[in-house]
Design a protein around this ligand. Structure first.
Ligand SMILES: [Zn+2]
Length: 118
């Protein structure tokens, strides 16, 4: 594990993410052992970008899925659970347990992605 810095998301943002994701893991729908996952990693220098600790870069996930993302990067990038720099997390849709893809905003809104409607 990397050194933990005291630069995580504010308590109000954590609450926003928890409510947006309905108290369920965004991958497996579990309600147990939940944590906040960063889609774009905080990186070597800590949280340099202002959006790194904002709601659109954060997902509510269980600890099992949090490790799964690290073991399955390709699938995680495809589903939007992870986002690769220089892409921005509000430009990459995220797959939720209902099988649909959503666009996330910094103020904690989750909107059905336009591309998902056929
Ligand atoms: Zn999970």
């Amino acid at each position: 594990m990397a050194k933990r810095r005291t630069t995580g998301p504010a308590e109000s943002v954590r609450q926003l993410v928890y409510e947006r994701d309905g108290g369920h893991c965004v991958r497996c729908n579990s309600v147990h052992r939940l944590t906040i996952h960063h889609r774009v990693n905080r990186g070597m220098g800590g949280a340099s970008e202002p959006w790194i600790n904002q709601a659109h870069n954060l997902l509510l996930v269980c600890t099992t899925c949090n490790s799964w993302f690290e073991d399955n990067p390709r699938k995680s990038y495809e589903a939007g659970w992870k986002v690769r720099r220089p892409q921005y997390p509000d430009k990459v849709e995220v797959q939720y347990p209902d099988g649909r893809r959503y666009q996330l905003t910094s103020d904690g809104v989750r909107a059905l992605a336009l591309g998902a409607v056929r």
